[in-house]
Design a protein around this ligand. Structure first.
Ligand code: ADP
Ligand code: MG
Length: 452
């Protein structure tokens, strides 16, 4: 295995542990410069990256490398002005051309269309459809065929790594291919930061004008607008202006509109006025189909029983399935042999049963209050405001479920409530969770953050 292949395998794993933005920021233009006597030297583009990687990601990088190449005992970082050979250097760049820094990125992001922000790799053709996402996929296809008229807005929600961004961008790419050019894909976070910059620079009119010219606006991860009133306000106006012109709006979120705390009511009802489709979790058969599709994309082969093993054990989301597959492929390349089932199980052990993080009742309170955009003190006092009764019950439920705390202890930490109140809340939640799907999703999201 070359240094490049090793680094690629490690990146595949590192990527699973970071947000996309973080991953790109810190790992573009990096590579293994040298490997000897158990030390891997990693080249980074500047001192800032070096400091950051060494302080924050040292362990993660070492672990990822050791998973593929156990003889590595330590790593260090050097600034390397000519970045080591970068991953996936797209073929269309001629070798003799001097590369702009942007072009050197080497990640998929490289091919992103500057005007639309779309990444051409996300297509309908590469999007596997199963019962878990067929409604969302059908709605998305419907929208491409009938921009602005069939479902407006289209609102897609589901947990992380389940294909929201892929699907949203597939709509954009397909519309682009059909000749629509005034398309813009952006995240709610980016929308907010652009808004702030243009306010600061006195360019707000241009900002508004630009957004209002768009025929297909795709906003990813709208839950980011939670609690940001000014941004919601501006988004509302942009939304209305596009909507009135029958321009298409597509939105994604990690939860349904009604579960986005402090979303302005008028925005919420706008979202609910269109089509809402969810993406749930892929079941076994679909997981297997996804693995086969990804394997083909990567032009690799593995026996069915290994794919079946992965599909049986990796259930959380599509991103993780892909990560598991990457690991097995890396092993295959490194050893020039197909792993046995027991080797596969070892390779995947840290994904299948990651060491469980220890959590405290404080972290439950913190995560739940962040989730509902409330402040912790409100939740831990006697306050009876309607909007906090529910989150407080969620905390009670989780303290009981995750920490096995006693009812009196839970009552004490939540404003000195009587243990019978806690018992009642816990029972009520436990019953409701059995039948209420959106509650199940909410709790799953919170758990995900709790153990992230
Ligand atoms: P989300 O935005 O919901 O967090 P992404 O769209 O980023 O998830 O998907 C995570 C990864 O899984 C991406 O690489 C994406 O291409 C892949 N993926 C997700 N769903 C599917 C699917 N149905 N078919 C093929 N690949 C998928
Ligand atoms: Mg996404």
């Amino acid at each position: 295995m070359t240094n490049q292949e090793l680094w690629q395998a490690a990146l595949g794993e590192i990527e699973l542990n970071l947000s996309r933005a973080n991953f790109i920021t810190w790992f573009k233009n990096t590579g293994i410069v040298e490997k000897k006597e158990g030390l891997a030297v990693i080249g980074v583009p500047n001192g800032f990256s070096r400091e950051w990687l060494a302080n924050k990601y040292h362990k993660l990088i070492l672990r990822a490398l050791r998973n593929t190449s156990p003889e590595i005992k330590d790593i260090n970082f050097i600034i390397s002005s000519s970045p080591p050979k970068i991953l996936d250097t797209p073929k269309k760049i001629k070798k003799d051309k001097i590369l702009l820094p942007e072009e050197q990125m080497g990640f998929d992001e490289f091919e992103i269309n500057k005007e639309t922000n779309l990444n051409p790799k996300y297509t309908f053709a590469s999007f596997v459809v199963g019962p878990f996402n067929e409604l969302a996929q059908a709605a998305a296809r419907g929208v491409v065929e009938n921009l602005g008229t069939l479902y407006n807005p289209l609102f897609i929600y589901g947990g992380v790594g389940l294909g929201k961004t892929h699907l949203l961008q597939a709509v954009g790419n397909e519309a682009y291919a059909k000749g629509k050019k005034k398309i813009k894909y952006t995240s709610a976070e980016k929308f907010a930061s652009e808004l702030i910059t243009s306010l600061r620079d006195g360019k707000i009119d241009k900002f508004k004008e630009d957004y209002r010219k768009i025929e297909l606006l795709i906003i990813d991860d709208i839950q980011f607008l939670t609690g940001k009133e000014k941004t919601q306000e501006e988004f509302f106006h942009t939304f209305n202006s596009l909507y009135q012109k029958n321009n298409q709006i597509i939105i994604s979120s990690d939860r349904p509109p009604k579960a986005i705390a402090t979303l302005e009511e008028r925005l919420r009802s706008r979202f609910e006025g269109g089509m809402i489709a969810d993406i749930s979790f892929p079941e076994y058969e679909t997981r297997l189909v996804i693995l086969k599709a990804k394997l083909e994309e990567k032009k690799a082969t593995l026996p069915n029983e290994i794919l079946e093993y992965i599909a049986t054990h990796i259930k959380k989301n599509v991103r993780e399935l892909e990560g598991a597959l990457n690991r097995v492929i890396a092993f295959t390349k490194l050893n020039s042999s197909i792993p046995t089932i027991s080797q596969t199980s070892k390779i995947l052990s840290t994904i299948i049963s990651p060491p469980k993080k220890l959590i405290s009742y404080k972290s439950i309170i913190k995560i739940v209050s962040d989730f509902y955009d409330l402040s912790s003190p409100e939740l831990t006092t006697k306050c009876r405001k309607k909007e906090i009764v529910w989150p407080r019950q969620v905390i009670m439920y989780l303290m009981r479920e995750e920490l096995k705390s006693s009812y009196p202890f839970i009552g004490e930490k939540l404003g000195g409530r009587d243990h019978t109140t806690v018992m009642y809340a816990y029972d009520k939640m436990s019953k409701e969770i059995e039948t209420n799907e959106s509650l199940q999703q909410e709790i799953a999201l919170i758990r995900e953050r709790l153990y992230a």
